[in-house]
Design a protein around this ligand. Structure first.
Ligand SMILES: [Zn+2]
Ligand SMILES: [Zn+2]
Length: 340
């Protein structure tokens, strides 16, 4: 109860100072004001979110500046570092060649359970992408030979004469229709790509899910979109999504975890109980909840277990907290006597 006491004072102060939707929501859905409401868990999650916003100064600033939108997405866009990229960048190899267009980016999603977000994971995945034909190295030619276009003599452009009137001609240049402006011609088309220079096929990738990776994080694989000899490949952008299943009843908000635990009226009133609940950590997969005899739990009470939240991404041995909200089951009137 102490937590809610502090929180409601804090909320009240802020509601008075700034009437923002978020804070109003927190106040309205405070469990103390909604006893016996079936949607307690949903409301609690929302309050949890508001709580975190208030506690986290950085997020607080984001919300004050941008409202709810400021908290979405998180702006976590980590570049995927290919060791060869470093050298390419160093020597300017990754820079766009002059006049070459950049291909479109490709976006996809990978979905993981909360348990996987907690423990981390190494996984391979493959996508159907346009690749440069390995048989002809993108030339489109079966024998690897390209010939100078016979129509434009390799210029790529041809002069067209148009008659404007009797004895009057206009001369203008246009791309060569035979070679589409490339200046080259292929006599024997590559059988694999039919002269296109590109083929669609599986491309394999590896993704390392770091413990505590933020939900909806976007992993960027530079230059890994559709490839073509005609453009510099765009990026592959992989959104890391959290599955709605496989969370063992936990809900994540930032680095904290939330869970509702049901107590019987007897347990709530008399204490003297012990309960082991499953937990997400592969190496420490239970959490022990208990109360000494005579220790009462009020419905809506929240217990904070420090250090049993999500791992903090890119940190060593740093974790958020776990919040357990107790909901007391009240039996039908006739049954109260029996239970006690
Ligand atoms: Zn030509
Ligand atoms: Zn080919």
């Amino acid at each position: 109860m102490r937590l809610w006491g502090i929180l409601s004072l804090f909320l009240l102060a802020i509601v008075v100072m700034a009437k923002r939707d978020y804070y109003e929501l927190s106040k309205k859905y405070h469990p103390d004001k909604n006893p016996g409401d079936d949607s307690a868990q949903t409301r609690f999650m929302e309050i949890g979110e508001a709580y975190e916003v208030l506690m986290d100064k950085e997020k607080r600033a984001a919300y004050d500046n941008f409202g709810h939108e400021g908290l979405q997405g998180g702006g976590h866009q980590q570049q995927h570092h290919d060791p060869f990229d470093m050298f390419a960048n160093f020597f300017g190899g990754h820079q766009q060649r002059r006049g070459r267009p950049r291909g479109a980016d490709t976006s996809t999603e990978l979905t993981f359970t909360l348990k996987e977000f907690y423990n981390g994971l190494d996984t391979d995945f493959s996508l159907q992408m346009q690749n440069i034909c390995d048989k002809c190295s993108g030339s489109g030619s079966q024998d690897g030979k390209t010939h100078t276009c016979s129509q434009c003599n390799g210029r790529g452009r041809v002069v067209v004469k148009r008659q404007l009137g009797p004895g009057m001609f206009q001369r203008f240049e246009s791309p060569c229709p035979q070679c589409q402006g490339s200046g080259n011609q292929i006599t024997h088309h590559c059988k694999k790509c039919h002269g296109q220079g590109v083929v669609r096929g599986d491309r394999k990738y590896n993704f390392h899910l770091q413990p505590g990776t933020p939900r909806n994080h976007v992993e960027v694989y530079r230059g890994e979109s559709d490839k073509s000899p005609e453009w510099d490949a765009g990026d592959l952008r992989v959104k890391i999504v959290e599955s709605s299943a496989g969370n063992l009843g936990y809900r994540r908000v930032g680095n904290n975890l939330y869970r509702t635990e049901i107590l019987t009226l007897k347990e709530a009133l008399w204490g003297g109980w012990e309960r082991t609940i499953p937990f997400l950590d592969d190496y420490d997969n239970t959490v022990l909840l208990k109360r000494a005899p005579g220790e009462m739990v009020r419905s809506g009470e929240v217990e904070r277990i420090r250090g049993r939240g999500m791992p903090v991404a890119n940190s060593v041995d740093e974790y958020g907290d776990l919040f357990i909200q107790y909901t007391v089951l009240f039996p039908a009137k006739a049954g109260i006597k029996d239970e006690l």
